[in-house]
Write a protein that binds this ligand. Structure first.
Ligand SMILES: CC(=O)N[C@H]1[C@@H](OP(=O)(O)OP(=O)(O)OC[C@H]2O[C@@H](n3ccc(=O)[nH]c3=O)[C@H](O)[C@@H]2O)O[C@H](CO)[C@@H](O)[C@@H]1O[C@H](C)C(=O)N[C@@H](C)C(=O)N[C@H](CCC(=O)O)C(=O)O
Ligand SMILES: Nc1ncnc2c1ncn2[C@@H]1O[C@H](COP(=O)(O)OP(=O)(O)OP(=O)(O)O)[C@@H](O)[C@H]1O
Ligand SMILES: N[C@H](CCC[C@H](N)C(=O)O)C(=O)O
Ligand SMILES: [Mg+2]
Length: 489
């Protein structure tokens, strides 16, 4: 693609004349001949220092911040085109969108502290049920009709994301749902994605290692509504959740159509909710009348997630009746309040991805009514992540569970015992078992009839990160092994 087209609207140096760009990357290690290299100041290093490496690998153009342009020009031969922008990550994302070109016609995005993966997973299923081949992109990677691929980040870097979207469009997938993480929004990874609708689930404490304040964290999330969603794009929220007033204020200011769900919502108004076996019976009032829906999932928060997902699908053009009927067959996202095993005595073991205080609070509150006996939890907190959440997670665990077993969850570069101590500060009577498999086994050994154990924090993960090493580990496998060891199935 010609650089003039890729850099549409930018001031270009003479060296850009007729220059063809073969690909683009912000990582010097991925530069190939004919590439544009984007040199960004990152959270650990300044990409400008890798410009010589990029040129050595035969990059023909460099994009950088306006205030770094002079330094970059001094590092490159005169034939290399240097482009600059005040917000280079934003420019880069738009370039990636132009380079890859195609995207599914209908893309909806969801942000919020908890529920993104679940909502994206549900929206994909609703699109599918309505007869449209669909994909979801997020923490679980890409899930589409003919397979799954795991990527690592919830919101991939813009080059990967645009390539993924173009591949999906080429495969004939016209509907997609994606998770917008606060890191992704803050780093402009999603700018350039053509959105139809966007939803906000909720906001709680998370990523305080990255965002200096809750307000900064909220501001990153609000970009989805103030900057990414185009005019005419629908905003979907459950107004019962804190901070939705901030989302609605943006919608009002921009004149964006709003679709509200839940008890205080207007478009899908929840007028009745009661448990029904291992699911919940919802009464939903719509402009087309009342619907009774049996949601085959437990947990109050799944009701909110399901209605938000239906709202996204409906605003994207799916018939309201079809969307609500599809909720009756929803499958929960793997590792989200998932029943992982049952002892013959009737003790149940759930695996859940709660790794922040609010999520743990909600997950345990959801399980509590099903525990005829005691509720116990195996929980830890990640290393190199917000230390402030550790005692709060201990507190949330102790508030609901009769027994709290504190264990390790991706200690990364930190001392695991120090992390456990911080969690135990919030759950003083807790039992400390560092080895996660042993903690799970002990939790299972103690289960009696009618008891429930929640293994929290890792959900779908398949590794325990210790130092720089990822040791293969799965909560599901550990549960299975512990049940087998007891001679149980
Ligand atoms: C803190 C953070 O988000 N970092 C992300 C960010 O890196 P950065 O720009 O800060 O990187 P840096 O290491 O300082 O490097 C600066 C620049 O130099 C470049 N570089 C670096 C080394 C080199 O040899 N050559 C080179 O060109 C880098 O590619 C980068 O462009 O941009 C990179 C490219 O997009 C990401 O891979 C990287 O994610 C790191 C690996 C990460 O762990 N991110 C997590 C925290 C994250 O993004 N999580 C969210 C939220 C998950 C949730 O929902 O909870 C997610 O969306 O997954
Ligand atoms: N709407 C919700 N409100 C509160 N907690 C929730 C909600 N939805 C899910 N949870 C809890 O949060 C955990 C993670 O859910 P999910 O993966 O859907 O969220 P996420 O926003 O994608 O999280 P992450 O940012 O970690 O990828 C679940 O296992 C559950 O414990
Ligand atoms: N995307 C989140 C996932 C955390 C999962 C939990 N198991 C942990 O390691 O803290 C993060 O990287 O902070
Ligand atoms: Mg997620």
């Amino acid at each position: 693609m010609h650089l003039e087209h890729l850099a549409d609207g930018m001031d270009l140096p003479d060296t850009a004349d007729g220059l063809s760009i073969e690909g683009l990357t912000a990582d010097s290690r991925k530069v190939q001949p004919g590439f544009l290299f984007a040199a960004f100041k990152g959270s650990t290093v300044d990409g400008v220092q890798f410009v010589p490496k990029a040129v050595e690998a035969r990059a023909v153009a460099v994009l950088c911040a306006t205030n770094a342009a002079e330094a970059v020009r001094a590092l490159v031969p005169p034939t290399v085109a240097v482009l600059s922008a005040d917000e280079p990550r934003l420019t880069f994302s738009k370039m990636a969108a132009r380079f890859y070109g195609r995207q599914p016609d209908t893309i909806v995005a969801v942000t919020g502290t908890a529920g993104k993966t679940s909502v994206a997973h549900f929206v994909r299923q609703i699109f599918q049920a309505a007869g449209h081949p669909a994909a979801s992109l997020g923490t679980l990677g890409i899930i589409k009709p003919d397979g799954e691929s795991y990527g690592g980040l919830t919101t991939p870097d813009p080059v990967q994301l645009q390539k993924d979207l173009a591949d999906l469009a080429t495969e004939g997938i016209r509907y997609a749902a994606l998770e917008a993480s606060s890191h992704g929004l803050d780093q402009y990874r999603l700018d350039g994605v053509r959105l139809t609708a966007a939803a906000f689930t909720n906001l709680g404490r998370d990523h305080m290692d990255y965002h200096p304040t809750i307000e900064d964290y909220l501001q990153a999330k609000l970009r989805l509504f103030s900057e990414l969603l185009p005019a005419g794009g629908h905003v979907v929220v459950d107004p019962g959740e804190k901070y939705t007033d901030r989302v609605l204020a943006i919608a009002e200011e921009r004149g964006l159509p709003v679709f509200t769900v839940g008890e205080t919502g207007k478009d899908l108004k929840l007028t009745g909710l009661r448990p029904s076996g291992a699911g919940q019976l919802l009464t939903v009032e719509t402009s087309r009348g009342e619907y009774k829906v049996t949601l085959p999932l437990i947990g109050r928060f799944q009701v909110s997630n399901a209605l938000i997902a239906a709202g996204l699908a409906i605003t994207a053009g799916i018939d309201a009746g079809a969307a609500l009927r599809a909720l009756e067959n929803l499958k929960g996202a793997p590792g989200r309040l998932e029943l992982a095993g049952t002892t013959p005595a009737g003790g149940m073991v759930f695996v859940d991805y709660a790794h922040k205080p609010d999520a743990l609070d909600k997950a345990l509150a959801a399980l509590k009514p099903f525990a005829e006996g005691s509720l116990s939890v195996v929980v830890g907190a990640g290393g190199d992540r917000d230390p402030g959440k550790r005692p709060l997670m201990g507190e949330a665990a102790a508030r609901h569970a009769d027994l709290v077993i504190v264990t390790d969850d991706n200690p990364r570069s930190e001392d695991p015992a120090t992390i456990r101590k911080a969690v135990l500060a919030g759950a003083p009577g807790g039992l400390e078992i560092g080895d996660r498999a042993e903690a799970i086994a002990e939790g299972i050994r103690r289960l009696k009839s009618g008891d429930i154990l929640c293994v929290a924090g890792k959900g779908h993960e398949t590794g325990q990160i210790v130092g720089d090493t990822v040791i293969p580990f799965s909560d599901h496998d550990s549960v299975r092994q512990a049940l087998n060891q007891l001679g149980l199935k």
